[in-house]
Design a protein around this ligand. Structure first.
Ligand SMILES: CC(C)(COP(=O)(O)OP(=O)(O)OC[C@H]1O[C@@H](n2cnc3c(N)ncnc32)[C@H](O)[C@@H]1OP(=O)(O)O)[C@@H](O)C(=O)NCCC(=O)NCCSC(=O)c1cc(O)c2ccccc2c1O
Length: 141
């Protein structure tokens, strides 16, 4: 059985719109912070410095979300994170967000492992083995 990472997220007042419900864009921040929490739980980071002039980081190349039911300020979201594809250079995550057992939203995001050097655009590089091995248990069949 693949592992699923679980985390929670409080719906802040600043996440909501004039209708009093969480704005669609807030869910992209929820997904992003859940991804970061998964990496931290594995002793990894979304930004790993290697001296002053080189870093490995994970720009996103795709993000999407389907919305099933609204949430409001002070609701608590339960977020499950799984990996649907661990590629040579990229990681695709799936996020299932519920509130009190009710389906709220389902999303996906693809992050690409990149070399970041000052003044240069990111360059996609193979995922380091150390990172791939830590993420492999979360790959859903
Ligand atoms: C990221 C790029 C430099 C990649 O360049 P390119 O696409 O030319 O590279 P490859 O062809 O080698 O492909 C690499 C890899 O990506 C997969 N891929 C590419 N496009 C897609 C796509 N649309 N959907 C799914 N997958 C895609 C491809 O299959 C390869 O994977 P394999 O596993 O199969 O090898 C270049 O695309 C680029 O610069 N894009 C722009 C990136 C960008 O500006 N994104 C928006 C802002 S980034 C962001 O918001 C962000 C959020 C965070 O939370 C961060 C956290 C920490 C650090 C950084 C963050 C961050 O930047």
């Amino acid at each position: 059985m693949p592992e699923v990472f679980r985390t929670q997220r409080f719906v802040e007042f600043s996440d909501t719109d004039m209708a009093g419900i969480a704005h669609f864009s807030a869910f992209f921040r929820y997904m992003e912070s859940a991804e970061h929490a998964l990496l931290r739980s594995l002793g990894l980071s979304v930004f790993q410095s290697h001296g002053d002039d080189l870093a490995i980081s994970f720009p996103r190349v795709n993000a999407e979300c389907d919305y099933a039911s609204p949430v409001r300020c002070e609701d608590v979201l339960d977020i499950e994170v799984a990996i649907t594809r661990l590629g040579g250079k990229s990681i695709t995550y799936r996020f299932e967000m519920t509130c009190g057992g009710v389906e709220v939203a389902t999303g996906a995001m693809t992050s690409v492992c990149c070399r970041i050097e000052p003044g240069k655009p990111p360059v996609a590089v193979p995922l380091p083995d150390e990172i791939a091995e830590k993420l492999r248990p979360f790959v859903a069949g």
